[in-house]
Design a protein around this ligand. Sequence first.
Ligand code: HEC
Length: 196
Amino acid sequence: MRPLFTLTAIALIAAGPLLAEPAPTPAAAAAPNAEQAKALIQQFAGTLKGELETAMKAGGPTSAIAVCNARAPAIAAELSAKSGWKVARVSLKPRNAKTGQPDAWEQQVLTRFEERKAAGEAVDTLAFGAVVEGDGSKQFRFMKAIPTGEVCLACHGSAISHEVAATLDRAYPGDRARGYAVGDIRGAFSLAKPID
Ligand code: HEC
């Protein structure tokens, strides 16, 4: 019994806290990929947050919308090109219907994040990674929840100014990303990388 117990313990440590769910992934293979994904997310989030805050200070939310609109996809594309990962942001209530719409797997993970939050997990620790097979290809996919903060409310909250709302209406006719409160899950970073 002893050696068996030790093996299980090692597998659990290798999986780390991020793979708290039973994933169809050998823990040892998933761990380095999850670390890479987390590092990319940190870069993406950091760059975006910096540019958003600068734009908000310089011209307020109405002019910062243009920054989100142009810079968010550009930063995602830059990171994708240099890393070989597909880098995106998705949401159950997307603003950008083209880039923010989750596929079936992402939808499942986002729904699971809502359940885990309801069960008491902290939003800023919600993450999930797994090897996903389909269409003859195999990918490592990783998602990390994005919490709604105070600074987000000017454009995603329930008391958006008329000026901001009008600008959003023009740029995103089907916008669903309003009515959020601090602490809600705004969406998630979603990364994918082909593996052998
Ligand atoms: C100045 C207005 C503004 C602020 C402030 C803002 N956003 Fe957004 N957000 C946008 C716009 C515009 C888009 C659509 C960007 C695009 O077209 O890719 C967006 C898109 C997103 C998306 C991508 C998914 C989707 O709905 O299309 C996420 C996730 C997101 N925002 C999270 C946040 C978070 C978290 C904060 C606070 C830290 C925040 N936003 C603050 C305007 C804003």
